[in-house]
Design a protein around this ligand. Structure first.
Ligand SMILES: Cc1ncc(COP(=O)(O)O)c(C=O)c1O
Length: 500
């Protein structure tokens, strides 16, 4: 089909051309994955150096796919942070596994939008299936239902929006502005180590950053339940209205585990919504022998676990489980006439009623492909292997007098720093502490500049802390060992005066 001058095509790529192009793209993808280790995990480029490589405006005329793929190869691949690289040990890994990528390809081709059952029967019902498969795999009771979102940030936003309704605020209908009947204000409690997504949810939901009360932690970075109970009592006495507690299993900095059972007890006594953020570490509950840190999470009102972190699922996929779907609906359901379908007469699930967005991706498909291709047993084995790799590194670091572990290692992330033995007794001296911070930042930077591995850092108890987070599907023992070699080599270049 062409327009009136019979020259310009008006429809999509024709099927034969698509077939040929798709094969070519698969070659590009397979080449990339096959040669990933030849690239620097973080490319040696400076901010702002990429934009000038691209034309300032979109092309007026069509360009051939070969030209586009050549530019992809030349401009895109080498300038990516290589999250697919086995030396990616920074932040928390997100691997796009082979079956996950295939699932994404199928998702793109079938073009579903499971906002209503009618706009995607299979998207809706396969989401129900996959959510329930994951719930069972995580060892949670069948009272939990849920849905898939893009990120943990959205899942937590939804959980706290539901908490706001469950507290009887009527915020979804009446708003919060000028509501003197809510007392001095609504309050949400979480540990001092909580992820920033909780604070952002408070900002977005109109509770404000000041509504988030940060409860102190012990020296293992775990929330102190007595302090939580005390803060709630103090706030109630001052006229505040507590609505929710967020407990984290696997905090972002140190992967510490809040005492969920004790927190659940307090939340239940105080009638507060309990949201559990297990975005990174939640998948460990798939390993029955390693469920101890999850004790009590079955009492949560909502739980977030991210398959796009440690379950090797391509971005994006976050699992939100809840025992209280009706509260999610109270927070987000709005059905204008154009979304009303005859199916509403029968009990269909229209997922948009539980989320702030209307349009939704068909995320269940890639999870279905992936869960079947690996099998739960295959996924467990890989997660277990990562835990073992981290434990091995932690043991090596713990045994080296010039290095120190700065946090326990409950999962697959090791937090540590270089601290030469001669300074062991003096690391509290502010001048020495400052020098150690500078030295450890320099060590991490030197290691990252090699391009062989990529590490990130945090601050624990005020100290610059290097993190090695194992979670990439392609990481093997040799990559973790190489990271350790590079760290020691970089430390050998450091000079910190040991004399007073
Ligand atoms: C504990 C925890 N919660 C939430 C998040 C936010 O995840 P997302 O990027 O999926 O919003 C992170 C990210 O690392 C995290 O570590």
């Amino acid at each position: 089909v062409t327009d009136r001058d019979d020259k310009l095509p008006l429809l999509d790529m024709d099927p034969a051309a698509f077939r040929a192009a798709a094969h070519a793209v698969v070659e590009v993808m397979a080449d990339y994955l096959e040669t990933i280790e030849s690239r620097a995990v973080f490319p040696p480029i400076e901010p702002g150096s990429l934009r000038p490589l691209f034309p300032a405006a979109a092309p007026e005329s069509p360009e051939p796919l070969e030209a586009i793929l050549n530019d992809y190869h030349r401009l895109v691949e080498p300038n990516a942070t290589q999250w697919q690289h086995p030396g990616f040990l920074a932040y928390f890994a997100t691997t796009a596994s082979g079956p996950g990528i295939l699932g994404e390809m199928l998702t793109a081709a079938i073009g579903q939008n499971p906002m209503l059952w009618r706009t995607s029967p299979i998207g809706t019902e396969l989401e129900e299936v996959v959510v329930d498969w994951l719930r069972q795999a995580l060892g949670l009771p069948d009272g939990f239902d849920g849905l898939l979102t893009d990120t943990a940030s959205t899942s937590t936003l939804i959980g706290l929006a539901a908490a706001r309704e469950a507290a009887g605020t009527g915020a979804a209908t009446r708003g919060l502005a000028g509501r003197g009947d809510l007392g001095a204000g609504l309050r949400v409690y979480a540990s001092a180590e909580v992820h920033s997504s909780v604070e952002k949810a408070c900002m977005t939901l109109g509770l404000g950053q000041s509504s988030l009360v940060r409860i102190p932690t012990n020296d293992r970075f775990e929330m102190w339940p007595e302090a939580l109970a005390g803060a709630i009592a103090t706030d109630r006495a001052a006229g505040f209205r507590p609505i929710a507690v967020v407990a984290t299993i696997g905090t972002t900095s140190s992967t510490s585990v809040d005492p969920v059972a004790a927190i659940a007890e307090i939340a239940s006594r105080e009638r507060l919504w309990l949201h559990v953020d297990a975005a990174y570490a939640g998948v460990v509950a798939m390993l029955p022998a390693r469920r101890a840190p999850f004790d009590g999470w079955e009492r949560a009102d909502s739980i977030v676990v991210n398959p796009h972190k440690w379950l090797f699922t391509p971005l994006d996929a976050s699992l939100l489980l809840t025992r209280r779907m009706s509260e999610l609906r109270a927070a987000f359901s709005l059905v204008p006439e154009y979304l009303r379908t005859l199916d509403r007469e029968s009990p269909v699930r229209d997922y948009n009623e539980f989320t702030p967005q209307l349009g939704r991706r068909f995320r269940a498909l890639k999870l279905w492909v992936q869960l079947r291709w690996f099998g739960l047993e295959g996924l467990r084995r890989r997660i277990e292997r990562h835990i073992e790799l981290a434990a091995g590194l932690a043991a090596t670091i713990g045994a080296d007098p010039d290095w120190e572990l700065l946090a326990p290692v409950p999962f697959s992330t090791v937090c540590f720093r270089w601290r030469p033995v001669a300074l062991a007794g003096r690391a509290g001296d502010p001048e020495i502490a400052e020098r150690l911070d500078v030295a450890n930042a320099a060590i991490m930077d030197a290691v990252n500049r090699t391009g062989e591995v990529f590490l990130s850092h945090t601050r624990l108890a005020g100290a610059f802390t290097i993190r090695v987070a194992v979670g990439n599907l392609r990481t093997e023992a040799r990559h973790v060992e190489r990271a350790w070699e590079l760290l020691r080599a970089a430390a050998a270049e450091q000079v910190v005066p040991v004399q007073r």
